[in-house]
Design a protein around this ligand. Structure first.
Ligand SMILES: NC(=O)c1ccc[n+]([C@@H]2O[C@H](COP(=O)([O-])OP(=O)(O)OC[C@H]3O[C@@H](n4cnc5c(N)ncnc54)[C@H](O)[C@@H]3O)[C@@H](O)[C@H]2O)c1
Length: 346
C-alpha cells in the first residue's frame, strides 16, 4: 500500500508504538509506517475481536504485537519501553459506544490516557501523537469554518473525554521532554482490514448498495470527512516534521472541500445505485453540525489529502454490489457495537 503522491517519509531507526493499531485506522497506518522504514509495535486489546486485522503483518520481523489493556500501566510501559514515538489511537471511539459504556469510556479515553501522557518522559518517548476528533466542535455556525482556535462545543461523552486529554496534554506540553501533538480528525471513511460500517459514509453506502431502506436523520447537518490513508499520512507528516513545528500544537486533519451534509452523501451514493430507497426525518438524534478549516496543517506542514468521498463511494458501492461484504448485518466485528475483553472494574 503506497501513498498516491508519495511524500518522502523517512522513519528509519525509529520504533513507533501504535496503541490501537488493530483498529479501523491503525490497521491501515501500520503498513504505511513499515513502508516508511519504521519498526512498529502494536498495543491493542482487540476489543471488537478485531485482531484478525493485523494478520498479514505479523510475519514481518519489524512488527511486535503486545496484546493488552492500555489502562494497565505495566502493560503500557512494557510496550513503550524502547519506542521512540507513540501514536495514540486506542479509545472507545464514537458517541454510541461511549454512551453505552460510560464508565469504561471515562477510564480508557480520559483517565488512563492522561496517565500515559504523564509517563512519557520516564519511558524515554520522544514524540506522542494524540488522535482527537472534529466532533469536539459539536455545533458550530455552519456559515463559518471552525478552526483550531474556535470554541469547543462537545455534544457527547466521547468528545468530552477527548477534550479532557487535549487540555491535559496541552497544559503539560511546554514542560515535557516529549514533543506532543493533538490531531483533531474529521469523520473517517475508507476500506480497512478492520472495516467499520458504523460511520456515516460507509454505513450509507453499504445500506443503500445492499438494497436496504435507509432512514436518514437530520439530513442537512454538515460534517467534514477524511480517508483513513490520509489520516495515516497526517500522522506520518507529524512524526517526520521538525519538532518545533508540531510540539504543543493542535491540527485539524481533513480537507475543506470534503465537508458534506448527509443529504449530499446520499445523493452521491445514489449516482451508483439508481433504485435506492431513502427516506428523511428530522429527529434531532445527532445534533452535531460543523464545517471545518484545514488550512493550518496545509500551511504549516504542507499536508494535503489524496482521497475524496466521491471516489470512495464509487469503490465501496461496487465492492458491496460484488458481494465483498456478505456478512455485515448484525456482525459486531464491523463496528463499535459491543465491547469485549475489557473489564469495567479493572
Ligand atoms: N473513525 C473515525 O471516524 C474517527 C474520526 C476522528 C478521530 N478518530 C480517532 O482515531 C482513533 C482511531 O479510531 P478508529 O476508527 O480506528 O477506532 P477503532 O475502534 O476501530 O480502533 C480502536 C482500537 O483501540 C483498541 N482499544 C480500545 N480500548 C483499548 C484498551 N483499553 N486497551 C487496548 N486497546 C484498546 C481497540 O481494540 C481497537 O483496535 C481514535 O482515537 C479516534 O478517536 C476516529
Amino acid at each position: 500500500m503506497a501513498f498516491d503522491t508519495a511524500p518522502n517519509f523517512d522513519l528509519a531507526d525509529r520504533t513507533v508504538l501504535v496503541v490501537g493499531g488493530a483498529g479501523y485506522v491503525g490497521s491501515v497506518m501500520v503498513p504505511l509506517l513499515l513502508d516508511a522504514g519504521a519498526s512498529v509495535r502494536v498495543l491493542d486489546q482487540f476489543v471488537y475481536d478485531n485482531g484478525f486485522a493485523l494478520a498479514p503483518l505479523l510475519d514481518d520481523s519489524r512488527v511486535t504485537l503486545h496484546r493488552g489493556d492500555l489502562r494497565d500501566a505495566e502493560v503500557f510501559a512494557r510496550a513503550a519501553t524502547g519506542a521512540t514515538d507513540v501514536v495514540m489511537l486506542a479509545s472507545l471511539v464514537g458517541d454510541p459506544v461511549c454512551k453505552k459504556y460510560p464508565e469504561l469510556a471515562q477510564q480508557v479515553n480520559a483517565d488512563a490516557t492522561k496517565r500515559i501522557v504523564d509517563s512519557l518522559d520516564d519511558l524515554g518517548v520522544a514524540r506522542f501523537v494524540f488522535t482527537s476528533t472534529c466532533s469536539n466542535y459539536g455545533i458550530h455556525d455552519a456559515a463559518s469554518l471552525a478552526d483550531e482556535d474556535s470554541e469547543l462545543n462537545p455534544q457527547s461523552l466521547y468528545a468530552r473525554t477527548k477534550i479532557e486529554v487535549e487540555e491535559h496534554l496541552l497544559a503539560r506540553s511546554a514542560s515535557t521532554d516529549a514533543s506532543t501533538t493533538v490531531l483533531r480528525i474529521a469523520t473517517a471513511y475508507g476500506l480497512s482490514p478492520r472495516m467499520r460500517f458504523d460511520l456515516t459514509v460507509s454505513q450509507f453506502a453499504w445500506e443503500i448498495a445492499s438494497g436496504a431502506d435507509l432512514l436518514v436523520f437530520d439530513a442537512d447537518t454538515w460534517r467534514p470527512y477524511c480517508h483513513i490513508r490520509d489520516i495515516a499520512k497526517a500522522v506520518l507528516t507529524v512524526l517526520t516534521s521538525a519538532p518545533e513545528k508540531v510540539r504543543g500544537e493542535v491540527f485539524n486533519v481533513g480537507d475543506t472541500t470534503q465537508c458534506f451534509t448527509k443529504r449530499m452523501i446520499v445523493e452521491e451514493v445514489c449516482k451508483h445505485v439508481p433504485d435506492a430507497q431513502v427516506s428523511y426525518r428530522e429527529g434531532d438524534t445527532d445534533p452535531r453540525n460543523y464545517r471545518v478549516s484545514f488550512a493550518k496543517i496545509t500551511e504549516r506542514l504542507g499536508f494535503t489529502v489524496d482521497h475524496t468521498v466521491q471516489d470512495y463511494l464509487a469503490s465501496l458501492t461496487a465492492a458491496v454490489q460484488a458481494g465483498v461484504f456478505p456478512d455485515v448485518a448484525g456482525n459486531h466485528r464491523y463496528g463499535n457495537y459491543e465491547v469485549q475483553h475489557l473489564d469495567p472494574s479493572a
